[in-house]
Design a protein around this ligand. Sequence first.
Ligand SMILES: C[S@@+](CC[C@H](N)C(=O)[O-])C[C@H]1O[C@@H](n2cnc3c(N)ncnc32)[C@H](O)[C@@H]1O
Length: 203
Amino acid sequence: MKTATPASYFATLYAEEDPFGYRSRWYEARKRQLLLASLPAERYAAGWEIGCSNGELTAALAPRCERLLATDLDARAVALAAARNAPHPWVTVTRAQHPHDWPAGRFDLIVFSEVGYYLDATALVQMGERLGGSLCEGGVLVACHWRTPFSAAPQDGDAVHRQLRRLFRARGLARLFGYLDDDFRLEAWGTDAPSVARRGGLR
Ligand SMILES: C[S@@+](CC[C@H](N)C(=O)[O-])C[C@H]1O[C@@H](n2cnc3c(N)ncnc32)[C@H](O)[C@@H]1O
């Protein structure tokens, strides 16, 4: 089995403030906008972003959440995300390595974006199994992953989504929607599958 990406890999990356180009790349801005636009509800009571990096996606999610937890295994990423989200006092940024560490409580929005391929196969299964238990009734879990394999990651985004689909189906979560292009997959699951139009009384 391929091993998980070591924490030292991220410690090296975060010598820079924006190693993934979240603040500079149109690719990242577009992907963030697609993810935000895909969320079925306008507002969420309790959000959790897993692997928040320097907090750019966190800052975009913050206006949609009453409370938002953002976690990352890397200390410098946590400091950067906390600084980026200082204007949003309802955002809590915490250092945690999942699935070993796990937050208390349940969430009506869980965002698992660009993290799954860093986990080894066993940790990804544990992650998928625990995520379902952290989702509130009526909540949504969104996953988004880059598809091209790269040497730092033990698996690719397509494999991550195949595994999530299998694990969530077994748990009885409904697949709400999917977006696919040459570069990334965006998919969501929930405890039920209400249409946005139905929720809004349009049908
Ligand atoms: C590529 S960034 C994703 C940032 C953000 N979620 C997004 O999609 O824009 C991945 C982050 O996940 C963190 N990470 C990787 N494995 C993790 C784990 N097992 N637990 C918590 N954070 C992890 C890394 O430190 C890194 O900051």
